[in-house]
Design a protein around this ligand. Structure first.
Ligand SMILES: Nc1ncnc2c1ncn2[C@@H]1O[C@H](COP(=O)(O)OP(=O)(O)O)[C@@H](O)[C@H]1O
Ligand SMILES: [Mg+2]
Length: 409
């Protein structure tokens, strides 16, 4: 075909999408159907900050499976509750921290300081000292905080119970302080609380907000709102929406995961565009579903929290695995490829101990698997594999994330 025509057709090709970004995970929708009760409960629990500020530090556990709206609901609650407090003359700040990204007590405390833009020097101080400075700052400017610790289970696992106790029982240690810091602890299940001692447990489990998997009818409402914003009118029928909602709905044996449903809708739209179809058809949904397995959903969320060096390392692992076709590769092989890639991106490679740390992190997040080397290799080394997603689709996402970070640097 005439290249001129080819280019023109590609550029001017119509898409079913009007605003695709509405379907991306970071988008916050204007309304949250079927999470009214959770927002009410949160408001009830945190009411005291407004009625008698400083009297107690409130802790709420938000618990529910993947894609049940924990993150988006707490974010929206935080934003609205701050507005409400402000109108009543209370400077309440909401800080949402993802513990996949901020993994240690030090990182959590410095992240709070960073978000508040508080003039506190970070270098050379322990997390305890920094927490004291933070509290002095809150006192001085009469600020209250709700800190949401998202993926809190991960924080317990990586930073240990001592640090959890320090955060949650701060006011036991400093009983004279006015109670300015409150928490929403977000977790996928209750098992984490088993790992805390009974006193801390009592702190955490007194207030629980539960997020159940969505039913088909609920997913239908969520998907309909997204469709209306994301797609051109008439390109996605109610039938297509119901089809996705029925596949994913908990009452129909599905996972009840809104993220999976929205991602299916996104990929179905992309499949329609690829075929130049003016509408999204049921078969496009089938194609999309083949790509949206539960593991892929968990991984794609975790990927967003990786640092640039972790992403480069993951890219290296993917490339060696696909080049060799082997089920597992050694850390050494991954590291060599990683060095090559970092130099291609003009970055200074991290040291071996740091790389080992990255690998353990990605393992805990469920992105990669590791096992000790078997026979036939000299010495003991860690072997790395990827079992949860096809390498090609994983590579595509990793490359997108790397390019995004690099272009923003
Ligand atoms: N009630 C809802 N209304 C609209 N969108 C929702 C709702 N619940 C979840 N979502 C969307 O589904 C996806 C997953 O929600 P998220 O809050 O990240 O789940 P979780 O944190 O429980 O894994 C996000 O894109 C979110 O915007
Ligand atoms: Mg979440």
């Amino acid at each position: 075909m005439d290249p001129k025509k080819l280019i023109e057709e590609t550029i001017s090709r119509v898409s079913v999408f009007k605003r695709k970004e509405v379907l991306y995970p970071e988008y916050i929708p204007p309304s949250l159907p079927h999470r009214e009760n959770q927002i009410k409960q949160l408001a009830e629990y945190f009411k005291q900050i407004i009625t008698s500020p400083g009297s107690s530090s409130i802790k709420v556990l938000a618990v529910g499976g993947v894609g049940t709206g924990k993150t988006v609901t707490t974010r929206v609650f935080g934003r609205e509750f701050r507005e409400f407090a402000l109108r009543r003359g209370i400077d309440l700040r909401y800080v949402h921290i993802n513990c996949h990204r901020n993994r240690t007590l030090y990182e959590v405390v410095t992240e709070i300081i960073r978000v508040l833009n508080a003039p506190i020097p970070l270098r050379g101080f322990s997390p305890r000292e920094l927490t004291q400075f933070l509290h002095e700052y809150l006192d001085k400017f009469n600020i209250y905080l709700i800190v949401a610790l998202d993926e809190f289970d991960y924080f317990i696992e990586t930073s240990g119970s001592e640090n959890v106790y320090f955060l949650l029982r701060l006011y036991d240690e400093f009983p004279n302080w006015s109670k300015r810091i409150n928490y929403i602890l977000i977790s996928r299940d209750y098992y984490i609380v088993n790992r805390l001692d009974s006193a801390t447990y009592g702190y955490v489990v007194r207030n629980i907000v539960k997020f159940s998997p969505y039913k088909s009818s609920e997913l239908k409402d969520i998907l309909t709102e997204r469709r209306d914003e994301a797609f051109h009118k008439g390109t996605v029928s109610d039938e297509v929406i119901s089809y996705i909602a029925d596949l994913e709905g908990h009452d129909h044996g599905g996972s009840g995961n809104a993220r999976a449903s929205i991602e299916t809708l996104l990929l179905a739209g992309e499949a329609a565009d690829q075929e130049n179809s003016p509408v999204v058809k049921i078969d496009h949904v089938r194609k999309a579903r083949a790509l949206v397995t539960p593991d892929v959903i968990v991984i794609s969320e975790a990927l967003q929290n990786l640092t640039i060096h972790e992403l480069l390392l993951l890219k290296a692992i993917i490339e060696v695995l696909s080049k060799t076709g082997a089920p597992y590769i050694s850390i050494g092989e991954a590291e060599n490829e990683y060095r090559r890639i970092t130099s291609a991106y003009s970055k200074e490679p991290r040291r071996h101990t740091q790389i080992y740390e990255y690998i353990m992190n990605m393992k805990r997040m469920g992105i990669i698997e590791t096992r000790p080397s078997g026979k036939g290799r000299r010495g003991r080394t860690t072997m790395i594999g990827i079992g949860a997603a096809p390498l090609e689709s994983l590579k595509k996402r990793v490359d997108e994330l790397i390019n995004k970070i690099v272009s923003e640097e």
